[in-house]
Structure formats: structure tokens, C-alpha cells
Design a protein around this ligand. Structure first.
Ligand SMILES: Cc1ncc(COP(=O)(O)O)c(C=O)c1O
Ligand SMILES: N[C@@H](CCOP(=O)(O)O)C(=O)O
Length: 465
């Protein structure tokens, strides 16, 4: 399997090479040249597989040129053994044909663990084999950071630098990052917002000169293809559990960087009968605006009760655009140049294709709290604010009631006590046992100005031997 850049000017790479990078040299994102597909019978047969076996089935074709099957199996089994629920991704029914897929049973209580527990192990495997050391740089609005640190902390061959917006992540999220000790783990609180952090990561891929020549820069954000690949699995897992391929299923996905929902789009292209993908946003609604006005533009970032989705430059949307524009790299490079300069208006043909599968819904903080309260009152089920946005969007989508709709529950409510308190549903649930002493653990974090040179200088000065 080869991976190609959405901007058409970078060399095609193998899985191993794509794992060890972030943005392509031309500024694009890597996608598979062709997608593996599964027949209806192959999908039916997936119902007999547990989560790790299904993950092996879905992931193997993407990595076949780089990782032997037995090694992949061992890595995957070990990855999902770290989850605290035997089903790994349990489905919970909230109402007639309304479901949530709980993706928060990993070590850091968010869906990011699905990919980052795997990514950490894949990096460890590949770097040991190559006797290579790398530098990881990631931007987080709260969840990617801790999941990346947790996923990579055992790996001897990395230095990891995670940038989060200073004072803009929840206290639980911050402590989950800053209390993990290790000389190779660095938390940088940047005096800016998530978009600033993400822009610094992308700029660093464009100019890697601040690092020694023998250290590659590797991404842990969803610009890294391996992140998306791992997230495809749970769409199949939920779909098959609800009757696919003999029944169509819809998904509502709380969305920021468009990585998670893009994985759902790929699952559909690989054969899963997906009725609809609902883009659920908070008031940072750049994607909702794209769907309703066909215009992609910058807007000021708002701080909401769902901070992990406080994102206004949605990285993975470029991967979808690449398909919407018939995989024309030059056209995507042009659109992205226009986006850097101002608003971009997409063609009616491209947007008609998008609308055939995607719809969108924007949810305010008030609606988020009301949804948490309503779901609690009706089902005694406590949603975190991001998942509440997904459920609200699912209920507003006007879907055929015969079609099951699955909301991806992307985080555990204990990570967001402020939103739960504002919803007025009583005490926030306690943290799981392994995090019970989180508030007593010492923290380590560097506050830095919103300045790329300062961040890169800090990184260069703090690299391990
Ligand atoms: C809890 C939570 N929900 C939803 C999202 C949105 O996911 P994506 O960025 O893949 O769209 C994120 C992070 O971005 C998140 O941390
Ligand atoms: N919501 C994320 C933001 C980064 O998104 P990613 O999926 O590209 O890593 C976070 O919580 O950090």
C-alpha cells in the first residue's frame, strides 16, 4: 500500500514512512492511494470477531508492506488490553434506535486512546527495528496530549513535546498531561489558543531546521495517517453490532479537526453501509458553515464548554476535499493557498457530493447543558459535553426513525466537571481508580509565549541525547 499527498507534489510513501512523519513535504496530508474494501459477506463475518481481532482485520491491509501479520497481532492485542472495558467500545442504547458508542474506556478517558495507544506501540516497534530516535511534536486542545504521552511514554527512542493552550484545557486534562514524569516528556503551555499550537506544529514540519539532522519530526495529531487508520475500526464494530451490512447505520460525530468523522467516511468507502455522517460542532462551527454556505473561512476562536472542539482550522477536511475534487492535488494546493489568504468557496459539484453523505449541526453551550440534563433525566446517563453535542445533533438530524443512529461518545464526563455542574445534574462522577490521586500528583509544565521561535528553541534545548 502506498500513501500519496493531497497536494500531489510529495513522494509516495510506505506505511512505515508515513507513520514516521506528519505533513507531507508539499504541505499536504497523506492518504492511501487505494482503499481496501470488504464484501457484504466479509462484513457479516466480522460479527464473530472481538475488538482486537476486528482491528487486525481492518488494519492489516494498510500496513502489510511494513509489519508482518503476527507482529501486528501482538501489537493490537497488547493495545486494546490496556482498555478498561471487555468490549473495548461498548454500545449503549439511549432511545429507540438512538445509541452511543462509548470510546472513553482507554487510559486517558477519550477516544484518542484508540489510535494513540496503537501509535505509541507502532512507533516503538518501528524505531527499535531501525535503531532510530525521533522527536514528536503535537498540539492539543486537551485530549490528544495526554493520550499521546500515555501512548508513547514507554518508548525509549522519542522526545515528546506537547503544546496546549495555556489555561484553556480542563484541569483534569491538564493534569493528565503534566503529571506524567519522564525526562523525554515535555508539556508546553502556549499563551495562545489551539489553532496557534496547531499552526506551530504544521510550520515545524515545513521547516525542520531547528532540529539536529539525525532526528525526524513525527506527528501525533490526526495529520498522521496512522491515527485515522485506527479510528476506522470502531465504525465497523458498531455498524456490524447493529446489523450491517444488512442494515444501514448513521453516525453522529462531535467534530473539531475532522479526523474522527473522516475515519467514518473511509469505513463507508470500504464497504460499511453508512446512511449518513452528521458533523456535530460547538459554536466553533467552521464545518457547519462549509456545509450550509459552501464557504470555508477563518473565524475567531470561541472558548466553549466543549474545549477539545475549540478548533477553527480543521486539518483533516483537506483529506475529504481531495476526494471531493477527484483527487486533483493541484486543485487542493490552490484551495489551501486561497484559504491561507481568506475565504474559499467550494464548487457546487463538490458540495453536492459532500451533502449526499454528510449533514451538520451546530450546538451552543446552552444547548449542550440542556442536552446533558435531558439525557440524564430521561436515561440517567451522563454525557460529557462533546458527546452531548453529538447526541443533540443526532436528534436534530431528521433521519428515518428505522435507521439506527450512533453517536460517538468521545470523552468521559469526569474530564469536564464544569460543564456537568452547569448542566445541573448533581455531582460529577469520580475519576476511575487509576486516576483517583490525579490532583495530588506533582505537575511539570513550561509556560511559553505564543511564538514559534521560542517553542522551537525550547525543543532544541531540551532534546535528550
Ligand atoms: C472529546 C473530543 N471530542 C471530539 C473531538 C473532535 O475530534 P476530531 O478532531 O477528530 O474531529 C475531540 C478532539 O478533536 C475531542 O477531544
Ligand atoms: N481535540 C484534540 C485536538 C487535536 O486534534 P487531533 O485529533 O488532530 O489530534 C485534542 O483534544 O487535543
Amino acid at each position: 500500500m502506498k500513501y500519496i499527498s493531497t497536494r500531489g507534489q510529495a513522494p509516495a510513501l510506505s506505511f512505515e514512512e508515513v507513520l514516521l512523519t506528519g505533513l507531507a513535504a508539499d504541505g499536504g496530508l497523506y492518504v492511501p492511494e487505494t482503499l481496501p474494501t470488504f464484501s457484504a459477506q466479509e462484513i457479516r463475518d466480522m460479527a464473530a470477531l472481538d475488538y482486537p481481532a476486528l482491528a487486525q482485520r481492518i488494519i492489516a491491509p494498510f500496513v502489510a508492506d511494513s509489519i508482518p501479520e503476527d507482529d501486528l497481532k501482538a501489537i493490537i492485542v497488547d493495545t486494546y488490553a490496556a482498555f478498561r472495558h471487555d468490549a473495548v467500545a461498548p454500545l449503549v442504547q439511549l432511545g429507540a434506535n438512538q445509541w452511543v458508542l462509548e470510546l472513553f474506556h482507554g487510559p486517558t478517558l477519550a477516544f484518542k486512546d484508540f489510535a494513540l495507544q496503537l501509535l505509541g506501540r507502532l512507533l516503538d516497534y518501528v524505531l527499535e527495528r531501525r535503531h532510530q530516535k525521533v522527536v514528536i511534536m503535537g498540539a492539543t486542545s486537551g485530549d490528544t496530549g495526554s493520550a499521546a504521552i500515555e501512548g508513547c511514554k514507554r518508548c525509549n527512542n522519542i522526545d515528546i513535546f506537547i503544546l496546549h493552550p495555556h489555561q484553556r484545557v480542563s484541569e483534569v486534562q491538564r493534569r493528565q498531561m503534566t503529571t506524567v514524569v519522564g525526562d523525554n516528556i515535555h508539556n508546553l503551555a502556549v499563551q495562545g489558543n489551539f489553532d496557534d499550537c496547531q499552526a506551530m506544529v504544521k510550520a515545524s514540519f515545513g521547516d525542520r531546521g531547528f532540529l539536529p539532522a539525525d532526528r525526524s519530526l513525527v506527528a501525533v495529531n490526526s495529520i498522521n495517517w496512522a491515527r485515522i487508520m485506527a479510528q476506522i475500526v470502531y465504525y465497523f464494530y458498531a455498524g456490524v453490532a447493529l446489523g450491517a451490512p444488512d442494515r444501514r447505520v448513521a453516525f453522529s460525530v462531535p467534530t473539531g479537526n475532522f479526523g474522527d468523522i473522516f475515519a467514518g467516511y473511509l469505513a463507508r468507502n470500504m464497504g460499511l453501509p453508512v446512511e449518513r455522517l452528521i458533523i456535530a460542532t460547538n459554536t466553533n462551527d467552521v464545518l457547519h458553515r462549509v456545509m450550509t454556505t459552501h464557504t470555508y473561512g477563518r473565524q475567531p476562536l470561541e472558548h466553549t464548554l466543549s474545549p477539545s472542539m475549540d478548533i477553527t482550522v480543521s486539518s483533516n477536511f483537506e483529506r475529504l476535499l481531495f476526494d471531493l475534487y477527484d483527487r486533483d492535488g493541484a486543485a487542493i494546493a490552490g484551495l489551501m493557498r486561497d484559504f491561507d489568504a481568506g475565504d474559499v468557496h467550494f464548487s457546487e459539484a463538490a458540495m453536492a457530493r459532500a451533502s449526499a453523505l454528510f449533514s451538520s449541526h451546530r450546538v451552543s453551550d446552552e444547548e449542550t447543558c440542556a442536552q446533558i440534563a435531558a439525557t440524564w433525566e430521561r436515561c440517567e446517563y451522563l454525557l460529557d459535553p462533546h458527546s452531548a453535542i453529538g447526541v443533540n445533533a443526532a436528534q436534530s438530524a431528521g433521519l428515518d426513525p428505522a435507521v439506527p443512529v450512533v453517536t460517538l461518545a468521545t470523552a468521559h464526563p469526569a474530564k469536564f466537571p464544569e460543564a456537568v455542574a452547569k448542566a445541573g445534574v448533581g455531582d460529577t462522577p469520580g475519576l476511575p481508580l487509576h486516576l483517583r490521586d490525579l490532583f495530588e500528583r506533582p505537575e511539570r509544565c513550561e509556560v511559553l509565549p505564543n511564538d514559534l521561535a521560542a517553542v522551537q528553541a525550547f525543543m532544541a534545548d531540551n532534546l535528550g541525547a
